[in-house]
Design a protein around this ligand. Structure first.
Ligand SMILES: [Zn+2]
Ligand SMILES: [Zn+2]
Length: 108
C-alpha cells in the first residue's frame, strides 16, 4: 500500500528499509514516513547503547546503570538496550531523544 509522506514523497507502508542510524546499518519498517524522512527522524532522536554501541531508536525498551570512570571518581548514568545490560534497571522506553518512564514497571 502506498502512502504520501508529509514531505510529498510517496512510499510503501511497512517496507523493510536498510538505513544508517548514527553510523550503523539498521533495519527498520516505514509506517508514516518515507525512507529519507525516517532516516532523518531516526538520526535526530536516537542515541547510542553504552553496551553494544548500536543505536537505540525511539520505541525501544531501555535500562540504565551507573558507569564509573576508573581513577576519575566520576560516575554518571548511562543508558543501553534493556537486553544488552544484564545488570540494568528497566528505565522505560526511549522516546524522541529522551526516556519515557514507566513508573509502574521500574524494578529496584
Ligand atoms: Zn518524507
Ligand atoms: Zn545495546
Amino acid at each position: 500500500m502506498q502512502k504520501k509522506c508529509e514531505c510529498g514523497n510517496f512510499f510503501e507502508v511497512e517496507q523493510e528499509l536498510h538505513i544508517i542510524v548514527l553510523g550503523h546499518p539498521t533495519k527498520i519498517a516505514t509506517i508514516n514516513r518515507c525512507a529519507s524522512c525516517v532516516t532523518k527522524y531516526a538520526n535526530k532522536f536516537s542515541t547510542k547503547c553504552v553496551v553494544c554501541e548500536r543505536p537505540i531508536l525511539p520505541g525501544t525498551p531501555v535500562g540504565n546503570g551507573i558507569v564509573g570512570e576508573y581513577g576519575t571518581g566520576v560516575a554518571h548514568l548511562e543508558i543501553g538496550h534493556f537486553n544488552c545490560a544484564t545488570a540494568a534497571t528497566f528505565a522505560g522506553t526511549w522516546g524522541e531523544g529522551k526516556i519515557v518512564p514507566h513508573p509502574a514497571l521500574i524494578t529496584r
